[in-house]
Design a protein. Structure first.
Lengths: 227, 262
């Protein structure tokens, strides 16, 4: 099992953002996390990534506890969040080079330019990130998933800010992850598109799992739940 | 598609490229690998910070101007009493550095908060200690860059004429003082970076902690500028070195706890 969360809960002050969540994601499985704003999707992803410490419960990624062995667990996962994790004053190539070097990977132009080409930033690799649109920043952020070669990819609203070509590109990658045995935990409000890619869906409501089942049914369930 | 290879952990790569023979003992090999990885990552973070600083240069300009204005104000406050100015030069210089440092240190982690870049770094398998040492070294270099401007300005304003041979000592002591302020400053800057009241909190936390460094620096600089008849400079320099060692070790140990998952 790539991801196993058991009795996972996180409290902020008196408010439980997430409570008693059990979750298992097998190798190569794509799981859609759905829910209204504030339902706990992002908190769940951040708990899995080890960015937030659980108040209750445990998480393991490929058998590794992110709290006890943060470096080992981070070698197994990649996360794309709302924020692009970029330095506006650096160029796309410089940003990618820093990531590659920190990962201990080759970081010459020859190694990195094809990746920037792949995300559609080939001709603009020497431009400052500050001048990039939100979609271009998102494309650049996605390079992390290409560099890290993770076992688990956490995607928080991966289609937001992307144009049609960008969305197709991300769809292709998610498909590629599945084929290569990489698991994906995908939180999105673009349910129709995300459901096409996911093997199953989980509906979160007020921090708890309200429903589990086929990804195609998530939208209807969410609508019923919010009615 | 990418040509990069999966699973290339930093430790392995660094050890492989360092050229150093791997010790037979697995524990020793692990320790060597840890330090090699940490050093590599520290240098990457340092290089990134220096590049970011070079790109904007606004922080350096504002901090230098702030330091010069501070020295000017001391000069006006004391008035035309040249003897008093000379006697206070070391203190004025250290105060100018201290006040300028809060301006610069607070800004160092703000860069990381833009677009949650620091979170992006922490999602990579990077040693948090390397992040600390990279940023603290960057801040030390940044504060050291004030020396070639503030020291000559102070010497001219306060009519102090040290021997040419003393300039090297002055810069050396400045470097030690900058390092002594940078280690705790970087730690507190990280701890307060997400708070709205950072500008108030940072000096409140930092100033009491760095009192020994300030005392040592004022005394040592004064001995260089006004003469060291009793041969005390060595002792004060050793004290500065000792506090640097303590700060750089302790802050390195505490930093991962300060930025770990909340």
């Amino acid at each position: 099992m790539t991801l196993r969360a058991s009795g996972l809960g996180r409290r902020f002050g008196k408010h439980w953002a997430l409570a008693r969540v059990d979750l298992e994601v097998a190798a190569g499985e794509v799981v859609l996390l759905a829910g209204a704003n504030g339902s706990g999707k992002t908190t769940l992803l951040r708990l899995v990534a080890g960015l937030v410490r659980p108040t209750k419960g445990t998480v393991s990624i490929c058998g590794i506890d992110p709290q006890r062995q943060p470096l080992e667990s981070r070698r197994k996962l990649s996360m794309i969040s709302h924020q692009a994790y970029l330095y506006p004053r650096l160029t796309a190539l410089e940003t990618t080079r820093i990531w590659a070097r920190l990962l201990g990977l080759p970081a010459s132009d020859v190694d990195l330019l094809p990746m920037l080409e792949e995300v559609g930033l080939g001709g603009r690799h020497n431009e400052s990130v500050a001048g990039f649109s939100a979609g271009m920043k998102k494309r650049l952020a996605f390079i992390r998933t290409r560099l890290e070669k993770p076992r688990l990819v956490l995607l928080d609203e991966p289609f937001s800010a992307l144009d049609a070509a960008g969305r197709r590109m991300v769809e292709g990658w998610i498909d590629g992850f599945r084929r290569s045995g990489t698991s994906v935990l995908l939180a999105s409000h673009t349910l129709a598109r995300a459901a096409r890619l996911a093997d199953r869906g989980i509906l979160l409501q007020q921090g708890q799992v309200a429903w589990r089942g086929k990804a195609e049914e998530v939208a209807a369930r969410l609508e019923a739940a919010s009615a | 598609m990418s040509t990069l290879h999966p699973g290339a952990a930093p430790a392995t790569t660094t050890a492989a490229t360092s050229g150093a023979p791997a010790p037979d003992d697995p524990a020793a090999r692990s320790t060597t690998s840890f330090f090699a990885t940490m050093l590599t990552q520290t240098l990457i973070v340092l290089r990134k910070d220096l590049l970011l600083e070079w790109r904007s240069r606004s922080r350096l300009v504002s901090v230098v101007l702030f330091g010069v204005v501070t020295l000017l104000l001391f000069s006006f406050a004391v008035g035309p009493d040249v003897r008093a100015l000379r006697e206070g030069t070391a203190g004025f210089l250290v105060l100018a550095l201290l006040l300028s440092s809060t301006l610069g240190l607070a800004e160092s982690f703000r860069l990381e908060q833009e677009q949650d870049a620091v979170e992006g770094l922490l999602l990579l398998p990077i040693e948090p200690v390397a992040l600390f040492y990279g940023k603290a070294l960057g801040n030390t270099i940044f504060l050291s860059l004030l020396a070639p401007i503030l020291i000559p300005v102070a010497l001219v304003l306060y009519s102090v004429e040290p021997a040419w041979s003393d300039f090297l000592r002055l810069f050396g002591l400045w470097l030690l003082t900058a390092a002594g302020l940078s280690a705790p400053g970087t730690l507190y800057s990280a701890m307060t970076s997400q708070l709205r009241s950072q500008d108030v909190l940072l000096p409140l936390l930092l100033f009491p902690l760095v009192v020994p460094v300030l005392l040592g620096a004022v005394k040592a600089l004064d001995l260089v500028l006004t003469g060291d008849a009793m041969g005390q400079l060595g002792s004060w320099t050793i004290m500065l070195l000792a506090f640097n060692l303590i700060y750089w070790s302790l802050c390195g140990i505490v930093f991962p706890r300060a930025i770990e998952a909340s």
